[in-house]
Write a protein that binds this ligand. Structure first.
Ligand code: 9MR
Length: 347
């Protein structure tokens, strides 16, 4: 430990000590959450039932994105977000917010903004209104989502898109400062994907996250934790050494870790369902084991509950045309081995 890191640790833990962590259901060690897509939420009564029965945390999957809230430039539309959030509150679930800034899922009018002053004002107004509206109700926020380049080896550290292109690297600092002002008690996360395999690209992505966190801490800008999305590829090895080193660094910096979007991409697995479900669960287990050897995550959230409504259906179709099975429940709401695996880690 250097003097600098000791100082930093001090500041971070004092900062975090004033905040209360996400509560787990009585008897459960780690809260289990699920992201909720509005369409099935409205149309499949079984989804609500399973949310009530099995989750501790609810995450609006798309309803808090700019594309949903800010379809029109001059009007906020909170209807979808309110629907999910009011349901979660009624059922005493903790709510995780996703996301205040992303290069994707923005309305076309936002992506067209070219003036830094205008864009900063828009971001300030957005965060003030959105975080402010749900202050004291949304326990934690993905303040920035996927701000690291897909491949820092060839692309440099930052992800392109309206925020970076117009505001430069400071878009991250601005967003965290604003979020902390709008709700000083909400827990602020940086969230990103591809942080767990053993490639050089992933190592560079981990290093990029560390440098962003370090910069925020050096400037005394509050950040509470890092969200590992964990869209795991069944055919990729978990990079145990690099991942654990990364998690240890985060821990030393006083940050917590959440698993925010867990699912398993099964496009390269054998077609046989029993075999496939077993391998999907085994991949999640390999990952969760690796994480737990270093830190207990704040929460484990899957990116949906039921295979039928997963983004993987469209984005990672299988060559043989069989339906992907990335999530804890199958299309008939039968719990799969993945659900048991997650439960083992959260109970
Ligand atoms: O699952 C989400 C899908 O329904 C949306 O169409 C898409 C674009 O808004 O976003 C998906 O969720 C992404 C999440 O917000 C960020 N990490 C990657 C997720 C899968 O693409």
């Amino acid at each position: 430990l250097t003097r600098r890191s000791v100082l930093r640790l001090g500041v971070a833990s004092v900062g975090n000590a004033m905040l209360t962590p996400i509560p787990a259901v009585a008897g459960m060690a780690t809260p289990y959450g699920a992201a909720v897509h509005l369409h099935p939420f409205r149309n499949d009564p079984n989804l609500k039932r399973h949310l009530v029965e099995h989750t501790d945390v609810v995450v609006p999957m798309n309803a808090l994105k700019w594309a949903s809230l800010r379809y029109e430039k001059r009007r906020f539309d909170f209807s979808g977000a309110d629907e999910i959030i009011e349901f979660a509150e009624k059922n005493k679930k903790t709510i995780h917010g996703h996301a205040l800034l992303w290069y994707h899922a923005n309305p076309a009018w936002l992506d067209a903004v070219r003036s830094p002053v205008e864009l900063e004002n828009l971001l300030a107004d957005h965060i003030e209104k959105v975080v402010g509206r749900y202050a004291g109700r949304i326990k934690s926020w993905d303040v920035v989502n996927e701000v690291v380049a897909h491949d820092p080896v060839s692309q440099g550290l930052w992800r392109g898109g309206v925020w970076y292109d117009v505001l430069g690297p400071r878009h991250v600092e601005i967003a965290f400062r604003l979020a902390a002002q709008a709700d000083p008690k909400t827990l602020l996360f940086i969230n990103d994907y591809d942080l767990e395999d053993d490639s050089l690209r992933t190592l560079k992505r981990q290093q990029a996250i560390l440098s962003i966190v370090r910069n925020l801490q050096d400037k005394n800008i509050p950040i509470y934790g890092v969200g590992l999305q964990a869209h795991l590829y069944a055919e990729r090895q978990i990079g145990i050494r690099n991942l654990q080193k990364f998690l240890k660094s985060l821990k030393a910096m006083g940050l917590v870790v959440s698993i925010t979007e867990l699912d398993v991409i099964d496009w390269k697995l054998p077609r046989n369902i029993m075999e496939r479900d077993r391998l999907v669960a085994a991949k999640a287990e390999e990952f969760l084991d690796t994480v737990h050897e270093v830190v207990k995550p704040q929460m484990i959230t899957s990116w949906g509950m039921n295979d039928a409504y997963s983004w993987i259906q469209e984005v990672f179709p299988r060559d043989d045309g069989a339906m992907p099975r990335p999530l804890p429940f199958d299309v008939n709401w039968k719990a799969k081995p993945l659900f048991e695996t997650i439960r083992r880690f959260s109970s």
